[in-house]
Structures are given as C-alpha cells and as structure tokens.
Design a protein around this ligand. Structure first.
Ligand SMILES: Nc1ncnc2c1ncn2[C@@H]1O[C@H](COP(=O)(O)OP(=O)(O)O)[C@@H](O)[C@H]1O
Ligand code: SF4
Ligand SMILES: [Mg+2]
Length: 317
C-alpha cells in the first residue's frame, strides 16, 4: 500500500452568520494516499468546497489539523508554509472565473511559477511549454486568451496552472461539472493520465456519482458539513448503508434492465443551512427511518473493515 500523503484530523470550518455559526465542515477526519483519489460527494451546500479549501488553507480552519506527508501545516507562518503550498494545488469548477481574462495562455501558466519561483527564470519558458503540451495545449495557444477558448480548453489551462508547480496533491473541485458531456471524458482521462505518470493524489469533489465511480479509490459522503459514510469505492457501491448514500445512489440513471426495478430511495426536501445545528443526525428531517434515538449524536462507526457509517440503525449488529 502506498504512503499516506494528506490527512485531516477533526477538521472544522465555521462561518459567522447573523443567526449564529454555519458549521460548513464539522469534524472531518480523512486520509488520502499517494497516487490515489478520494471522491467527496453530497448535495450542493454540504461543505465539499469548504473542506477542499480548508485543507489547502485557502480558508483558515476553525479547529482540527491538516497533515501533509505526516507534518502539520496548520499554524505555519507563510514562509514555512510556502513549500507545502506548491505541493498542494486546486483545480476549480469554473475555469473562466478563475482565469484572468487579460492574460494569454502562456502567461496564465507561467504566472504560478513567477509567483512561487520554483524554477530558475531561464528555465521558465521551457517548463511552461512542456506543461502546456502535457495538458494538450500546443504552442499555438501561447497567445490565445481565455475568452477565445471553449470550456474544455480553459479547464486544460486550469490544470496546467496547477501542474506547472509539480504538486503531489490536487483538490479537484467539480472540475468537469460545467463542461459538455463529450468534453468531460477528455478532461477526466487527462486527470487520470497525470495521476498515473506523477503518482498524484486527488481529492475529487463532485455531486456526480457516475464520475466518482470512474475515478475514485475511496468515497466519502457528506451531509450538512459532516461525514455520514466513508469506505472503499467498491464497498460503497456494493454495500452502502446510510439512508442518505442509498438515496444518492438510487438516483443514478441506469441502462441495466435487471437493476431498473431496484428499490428506490427518493430524497424529499432540501438540505438546510447548518446554522447552529442540533446534536442529533442532521439527515433526520428527510430520513424515512428516523426515530427518537436519531436526536442523539451519531458518531462514525466501523460496520465492516474500513467502512464507516454515522447512523445507529446501520451500525446495529
Ligand atoms: N465564505 C463563506 N461565508 C459564509 N458561509 C459560507 C462561505 N462559504 C461557504 N459557506 C456556507 O458553507 C456551507 C457549505 O458550502 P460549500 O462548501 O460551498 O458547499 P458545497 O461545495 O458542498 O456546495 C453552505 O451553507 C454555504 O452557504
Ligand atoms: S440516524 Fe436516524 S435519521 Fe439519521 S440516517 Fe440513521 S435512521 Fe435516519
Ligand atoms: Mg462547491
């Protein structure tokens, strides 16, 4: 088994709100190994992006710890943190809003190198060209601007900007959600090729379970800032236990006729904001199996080797 590269321990990120505190990420502990992908799934607003940003310290965590290669990066001063910053990058959902429209492709890819100074100035053009080429952007794109490209090409630029720093870990925050289906596969394949070549670790955030099935080793399901289920991908797809995971999975369209009549767990209602949440299960207002016991805290329990679920009903022996 490869080395653990990124870990969080009881990570929390709360935002102040006029009605109290938004518990956007609430006590999340996870592990990502070198060369592997953790898929993070859940409906919009469940805290996926905040988790990714807190790991990279784009949001300073409220409490808890983040370890990179066994070393805590929380509390490091900016000079001490800089070497870790280049190793941990992010690819965003909407490449258009994350790219400066006044910069050419060459300058956009060179920009992180100019800021972080990870290669000598003389080697910068070669490093940029090599990374662009790797991401399917030949030299003819050097003087092209973001508005002159389609979404797929812009996402290639977003990926090149991350890869040019030779990171070991990338948070991919819904990197294909805004793209046409035909282009999604190209970008996913590029991400997977890069992972294989460079032993990259990914945290892949998505609400699309088909994508997560394609790309992940492990899957973490989040609901209102908390982890409700966490296991190997195969285990989640074969033996999902939490009612919320079941509802998410049963919503996946299938062409398999034998599975067409499978039990459906339709989700009713919407996720509410996790402002000053009560101690019990946050899924209870939407859960068809809720009982009085669900108003007690629901810790993650290991129901099978490395399969964790936060629901007393699922963890009964
Ligand atoms: N900068 C912020 N300030 C205040 N609240 C925020 C901020 N960013 C996110 N939130 C809140 O945190 C919760 C989680 O948001 P987010 O991480 O964006 O979810 P997701 O990526 O799963 O859609 C939401 O309730 C959202 O409104
Ligand atoms: S703890 Fe209760 S409300 Fe929550 S998922 Fe389990 S049965 Fe449903
Ligand atoms: Mg998000």
């Amino acid at each position: 088994m490869s080395n653990v590269l990124v870990e969080t321990k009881n990570l929390k990120k709360y935002f102040p709100h006029r009605l109290g505190m938004v518990h956007a990420v609430d006590d999340v502990s996870l592990t990502i190994r070198e060369g592997e992908t953790l898929g993070v799934v859940g409906e919009s607003g469940c805290g996926k992006s905040t988790l990714g940003r807190a790991i990279l310290r784009l949001h300073e965590p409220t409490s808890g710890d983040v370890l990179y290669d066994g070393k805590s990066i929380i509390g490091l001063k900016s000079r001490e943190f800089r070497p870790f910053q280049t190793k941990m990058q992010m690819v965003f959902q909407d490449p258009y809003s994350s790219l400066d429209p006044r910069m050419s492709v060459f300058d956009l890819v060179a920009d992180p190198l100019r800021i972080c100074k990870t290669v000598p100035k003389a080697q910068l053009p070669e490093k940029v060209s090599e990374t662009m080429e790797l991401c399917g952007l030949p030299a003819t794109y050097n003087n092209v601007y973001p508005h002159e490209m389609d979404g797929g090409r812009r996402q290639r630029v977003g990926l090149a900007r991350a890869l040019v720093l030779d990171p070991k870990f990338i948070v991919c925050d819904e990197p294909v959600s805004a793209l046409d289906v035909s282009i999604q596969a190209q970008i996913l394949n590029l991400l997977m090729d890069m992972q294989e070549q460079r032993k990259l670790a990914y945290m892949f955030i998505t609400h699309d379970l088909c994508v997560v099935r394609h790309i992940s080793n492990d899957i973490m399901v989040m609901y209102m800032g908390q982890v409700v289920e966490y296991a190997k991908k195969e285990e989640i797809f074969a033996h999902q236990a939490h009612p919320y995971t079941k509802a998410l999975l049963s919503a996946i369209p299938t062409t398999d006729l034998s599975r067409r009549n499978r039990e459906r767990h339709v989700l009713k209602g919407e996720v509410s904001n996790p402002i000053n949440p009560k101690p019990g299960c946050r899924f209870a207002p939407r859960c068809p199996y809720a009982t009085a016991k669900c108003s007690e805290p629901q810790p993650l329990v290991e129901i099978a080797p490395n399969h964790f679920v936060a629901c007393h009903e699922c963890s009964k022996g």
